[in-house]
Design a protein. Structure first.
Length: 136
């Protein structure tokens, strides 16, 4: 029993490391998918981020400032609003979506049965690990 829990924890940690390091198509797909979902539900008008930008403080204008808000608006279909936050969204948003879709296709074709096998594997790693920890 203890060995099964240890193996499950190792799989979970390995999966988290893949997501953090973006070292596999599964990790990239999971991370980008999560970020895209968060940005879709993020309301940029009600969120204020602290201004830690050194470039903005030194030069007065940073080419990256406002990108998070711009992506959130872009993913909701508010294109004119997204360009107001940062005009770089015209290049960044399609790139983020292309990377996500490319890796999603890799995941789907890597697993013979498609995405359903991969999602059930991810669910087993995450939920199965939580179930085992509650039994202890």
């Amino acid at each position: 029993m203890q060995m099964a829990i240890r193996l499950s924890k190792n799989k979970f940690i390995e999966f988290l490391l893949q997501c953090i390091s973006l070292s596999s198509p599964e990790g990239i797909t999971t991370t980008f998918g999560t970020v895209i979902l968060i940005l879709i539900f993020l309301n940029p008008q009600h969120v204020s981020f602290p201004d830690f930008c050194i470039v903005n403080k030194m030069f007065g204008r940073c080419p990256a400032c406002g990108t998070t808000r711009a992506l959130a608006c872009f993913l909701k279909g508010e294109f004119s609003e997204s360009i107001k936050y940062n005009s770089n969204v015209i290049l960044v948003a399609p790139s983020v979506i292309a990377v996500f879709l490319k890796n999603l296709a890799k995941v789907a074709f890597r697993h013979k049965t498609g995405l359903s096998a991969w999602t059930s594997q991810v669910r087993e790693i995450v939920v199965g690990n939580q179930r085992r920890e509650t039994r202890l």
